[in-house]
Design a protein around this ligand. Structure first.
Ligand SMILES: Cc1cc2nc3c(=O)[nH]c(=O)nc-3n(C[C@H](O)[C@H](O)[C@H](O)COP(=O)(O)OP(=O)(O)OC[C@H]3O[C@@H](n4cnc5c(N)ncnc54)[C@H](O)[C@@H]3O)c2cc1C
Ligand SMILES: *[C@@H]1O[C@H](CO)[C@@H](O)[C@H](O)[C@H]1NC(C)=O
Ligand SMILES: *[C@@H]1O[C@H](CO)[C@@H](O)[C@H](O)[C@H]1NC(C)=O
Ligand SMILES: *[C@@H]1O[C@H](CO)[C@@H](O)[C@H](O)[C@H]1NC(C)=O
Ligand SMILES: *[C@@H]1O[C@H](CO)[C@@H](O)[C@H](O)[C@H]1NC(C)=O
Ligand SMILES: *[C@@H]1O[C@H](CO)[C@@H](O)[C@H](O)[C@H]1NC(C)=O
Ligand SMILES: *[C@@H]1O[C@H](CO)[C@@H](O)[C@H](O)[C@H]1NC(C)=O
Ligand SMILES: *[C@@H]1O[C@H](CO)[C@@H](O)[C@H](O)[C@H]1NC(C)=O
Length: 583
C-alpha cells in the first residue's frame, strides 16, 4: 500500500511542524550516561517490550534498560490523532517484501512501527483477539500452558480497561467482562459512518454469520470493533503512553530512544551485552546485561539474532557473520495477513475520514470539532466494521486439507474497509477501499539477512497466496466481496467502481487485480517461535541469557488484528520470567 498524502500535509503542515518541534524538544525521560550494566536489557519498545518493562520494574531491586531505535513521538499529532494514522511514515521501518513470484515479482511494503510504542504508535488502533482455538493450539505446541485461551484471557484483561465514550452518539454494546483494570484504554467509536449500518447488514445476511464480540474468544462473525483510543479526548492509547510512562516514572528503569541496536554480544554461549548506535550523536555504545530480552518485532528480532550469530549456519558463514549457534529455524515460519483491495467512489453522504481533505472549509470544521472535544471525523481511525468468515469446503477440493481441517472457530478471511485512499491515483476523489485479508494462510515465508551490516534491510519472503489452496481462496473471496458492492443495498453508497473497474470480469483479469493490489495487513508473526527456536520460557534454546518475546515468538498467526495479542504475550512472558528467575 502506498502512502502519499500531500493534500493532508498541505492543509495542516504548519500546525504539525509546530507540534512536532515541541515533541523533539521535549526532554527524554532519562540521561544517556548513567548505566553501563543492567539486570535486564530489553531491545524494542513496542507493546511486548513495554509491558515487560512495566512488569519487571515493579520490583525495585531489578534494574531494567530498554533500547528503542525510533524516537519519542508521543506529542506528534500524526501519532495522537486517530484519523492521521495513515500519515505515520516518519515512524516506519520502510520494509518491503522481496520480489514475490505469486505477484509477478512485485514487492509490497511491509512497514513496521519505529518509535516508542512500536507498531502501537502507528497502527490503526483496532483491538480484537479472535478465535480462542489458536491460543489453545499455542499452549499445546509450545508446552507453555500460559498460552491457552483461558490464561491469555487473563492477560488480555490485565493489560486493558474499557472506558465508555464521554460524548456518545450511537454506541455499540460491549461485553465489559472482556476487560480488566490494566493500563491500555479501549473504547468504542463515538459515532458510525453512514455506510456502516448497511454494510453490517449486508455482511450478516450474505455471510450468514452472527454479530459477535471479537474480544471474548469467538472467531467467526461481524463486529463494529473497539479501539485503543482514550475515550475522553479521542487520542491514541498505546504502549508508550500507558505501560511505558508507568515504567518511566520508576528510578529502576531507563529508556533510551534513538538507540538502534546492531548486535548482541556473547561470552561463549552466554549473551552478555548489547551494542547500539545513538543515532542522534552517531556514536556506538555497549551495555552489559545479565539477561537480554529481544522484543524487536517479527522482522527486527530474527534480523538481530542472525546479525549476532544465531541463525542458519550456512547463510551466516556465507555473509561473514561469526556463528554463535546454528539455529536454522530463526527467521523461518513468517506468517502475515495479506490483503487484496477494491476501490469505490462514494457519495458525499458517506462522510469519510478523508473527504474533508478535499475541501478547505470542511477541513477547518473538522479540526475545530476535534480540538473542541475530540469529536468529528478526526477522532475516527478508520472504517471500523469487519466480518470474519469461513469459505465452503468445496473451494478447496483437490487442494489439500489445510484450510478445511482448521478448527471450526477459525475464519479463513476478514472483509473490512478503509476510508483512507490506499491507492494514491484516486486520492483526489472520495473513496472507500474494501479489502479482503487471508487470516489463516497455509504458506509460510521467511526473513534472512541481506548482509552482515545491521543497517541493511533483511530479505523478507512474504509468500503471498503461496500455495494453490491460498490462491484459490483469495480468488473466491475477492469475487464474492466485489459482488456485495453491486447489490441494491450497497451500490447507492458506492456508485463507481474505480478498481479493478467494471470492465474486468474474467478470472484472469481479477487475479491480475489481486496481484496488483496485494499488500500487508501489517500483522507479521512467528519468526522466532516458542516451542521451536524458543523453549517454554521464551529462552533461545542452545544459549544462555537471551529471550525473545512478542509477535516473533507466536507459533502461528491469530485470526484478527494482532496488537491485543502482542500486549498479552508480553504480559505472559513477564510472568514466566519472574517465576523462572525468582524475582
Ligand atoms: C501500519 C500498521 C498498522 C497496524 N494496524 C493494527 C490495528 O489496527 N490493530 C492491531 O491490532 N494491530 C495492528 N498492527 C499490528 C500491531 O501494531 C503489532 O502486532 C504489534 O505492534 C506488535 O508488537 P511487538 O511488540 O511484537 O512489536 P513492534 O510493535 O513491532 O515493536 C518492536 C519495536 O522494536 C524496535 N526495534 C526493532 N529493531 C530494533 C533494533 N535493532 N534496535 C532497537 N529497536 C529495534 C522497533 O522500532 C519497534 O519499536 C498494525 C501494525 C502496523 C505496522
Ligand atoms: C521511512 O520513510 C519515511 C518517508 O516516507 C521517512 O520519513 C522515514 O524516515 C523512513 N524511515 C527510516 C527508518 O528511514
Ligand atoms: C463476555 O466475554 C467473556 C470473555 O471475554 C465471555 O466468557 C462471555 O461469554 C461473554 N459474554 C457474552 C454475553 O458474550
Ligand atoms: C488527552 O487526554 C490525555 C489524558 O487522558 C492527556 O494525557 C493528553 O495530553 C490529551 N491529549 C490531547 C491532545 O488533548
Ligand atoms: C548510526 O546511525 C546513523 C543514522 O541512521 C547512520 O547514518 C550511521 O551510519 C550509523 N553509524 C554507525 C557507526 O553505524
Ligand atoms: C465543503 O464543506 C462545506 C462544509 O462542510 C460544505 O458546506 C460545502 O458544500 C463543501 N463544498 C463542496 C464543494 O463540497
Ligand atoms: C482526479 O484526477 C484525475 C487524473 O489526475 C482526473 O482525470 C479526474 O478528473 C480527477 N477527479 C476529480 C474528481 O477531480
Ligand atoms: C525463503 O522463502 C523463499 C520463498 O518461499 C524460498 O524460495 C527460500 O528458499 C526460503 N529461504 C530459506 C532460507 O528458507
Amino acid at each position: 500500500m502506498v502512502h502519499n498524502h500531500s493534500l493532508f500535509r498541505g492543509l495542516s503542515g504548519l500546525t504539525l511542524l509546530f507540534l512536532f518541534a515541541l515533541a523533539l524538544a521535549a526532554p527524554s525521560p532519562t540521561s544517556e550516561t548513567s548505566i553501563n550494566t543492567t539486570d535486564y536489557l530489553i531491545v524494542g519498545g513496542g507493546p511486548a517490550g513495554l509491558v515487560i518493562a512495566e512488569q519487571l520494574t515493579r520490583n525495585p531491586h531489578i534494574r531494567v534498560v530498554l533500547l528503542e531505535a525510533g524516537p519519542d513521538s508521543s506529542l506528534d499529532p500524526i501519532v495522537t490523532t486517530p484519523a492521521e494514522f495513515f500519515n505515520a511514515y516518519p515512524y516506519f521501518w520502510n520494509f518491503s517484501s522481496a520480489p514475490d513470484p505469486a505477484l509477478d515479482g512485485r514487492t509490497p511494503e511491509l512497514n513496521q512501527g519505529r518509535a516508542l510504542g512500536g507498531g502501537s504508535a502507528v497502527n490503526g488502533m483496532g483491538y480484537c483477539r479472535g478465535a480462542s482455538s489458536v491460543f489453545d493450539e499455542w499452549a499445546h505446541v509450545s508446552g507453555n500452558p500460559g498460552l491457552s485461551w483461558k490464561s491469555m484471557l487473563e492477560a488480555f484483561k490485565a493489560t486493558t480497561h474499557f472506558q465508555e465514550d464521554v460524548h456518545p452518539e450511537d454506541q455499540t454494546a460491549v461485553n465489559m467482562t472482556s476487560f480488566g483494570d490494566g493500563p491500555l484504554e479501549i473504547t468504542t467509536q463515538r459515532f458510525q459512518l453512514g455506510f456502516d449500518k448497511p454494510f453490517v447488514n449486508k455482511l450478516l445476511f450474505e455471510l450468514d454469520v452472527p454479530e459477535i464480540d471479537f474480544c471474548s474468544g469467538d472467531g467467526i462473525g461481524v463486529t463494529e470493533q473497539v479501539d485503543a483510543i482514550r475515550a475522553d479526548n479521542r487520542t491514541r492509547s498505546y504502549a508508550w503512553n500507558t505501560f511505558g510512562w508507568l515504567a518511566a516514572a520508576r528510578s529502576n528503569f531507563e529508556v533510551r530512544h534513538d538507540a538502534w541496536v546492531s548486535k548482541i554480544g556473547f561470552h561463549g554461549k552466554t549473551a552478555n551485552s548489547v551494542t547500539y548506535n545513538n543515532t542522534l550523536t552517531n556514536s556506538m555504545h555497549t551495555i552489559n546485561a545479565h539477561e537480554i530480552i529481544v522484543a524487536a518485532g517479527a522482522i527486527g528480532s530474527p534480523q538481530l539474532l542472525m546479525l549476532s550469530g544465531i541463525g542458519p549456519e550456512g547463510q551466516l558463514k556465507a555473509l561473514g557473520v561469526p556463528v554463535v549457534l546454528n539455529a536454522p529455524q530463526v527467521g523461518q515460519n513468517l506468517i502475515d495477513h495479506h490483503t487484496a483491495q477494491l476501490v469505490y467512489e462514494t457519495v458525499p453522504a458517506m462522510g469519510t475520514t478523508w473527504q474533508w481533505q478535499l475541501n478547505i472549509t470542511a477541513a477547518q470544521e473538522a479540526e475545530e470539532e476535534y480540538s473542541a472535544n475530540g469529536g468529528g471525523l478526526l477522532g475516527v481511525p478508520d472504517g471500523n466494521v469487519f466480518a470474519a468468515f469461513r469459505l465452503p469446503d468445496a473451494v478447496f477440493d483437490g487442494l489439500g486439507s489445510y484450510h478445511t481441517s482448521l478448527p471450526a472457530d477459525r475464519p479463513h478471511f476478514i472483509y473490512e474497509y478503509t476510508t483512507a485512499p490506499f491507492q494514491t491515483q484516486f486520492s483526489n476523489r472520495t473513496t472507500i477501499t474494501p479489502f479482503v485479508a487471508l487470516v489463516q494462510p497455509e504458506a509460510r515465508g521467511n526473513v534472512t539477512l541481506a548482509s552482515a551490516d545491521y543497517r541493511d534491510q533483511p530479505i523478507i519472503n512474504s509468500a503471498y497466496w503461496g500455495t494453490p489452496a491460498d490462491k484459490a481462496a483469495i480468488l473466491y473471496a475477492y469475487k464474492k466481496y466485489r459482488a456485495f458492492f453491486a447489490t441494491p443495498e450497497l451500490q447507492p453508497w458506492v456508485p463507481v467502481e474505480l478498481f479493478p473497474g467494471a470492465d474486468i470480469t474474467s478470472d484472469d483479469g481479477l487475479w491480475a487485480a489481486i496481484q496488483e493490489s496485494s499488500g500487508s495487513f501489517h500483522h507479521p508473526m512467528g519468526t522466532v517461535a516458542i516451542g521451536s527456536v524458543l523453549d517454554t520460557n521464551w529462552r533461545v534454546r542452545g544459549v544462555q541469557g537471551l529471550r525473545v518475546v512478542g509477535s516473533p515468538a507466536a507459533p502461528s498467526i491469530i485470526t484478527c488484528h494482532t496488537q491485543a495479542t502482542a500486549y498479552a504475550l508480553g504480559y505472559r512472558a513477564a510472568k514466566d520470567i519472574a517465576v523462572a528467575d525468582g524475582i
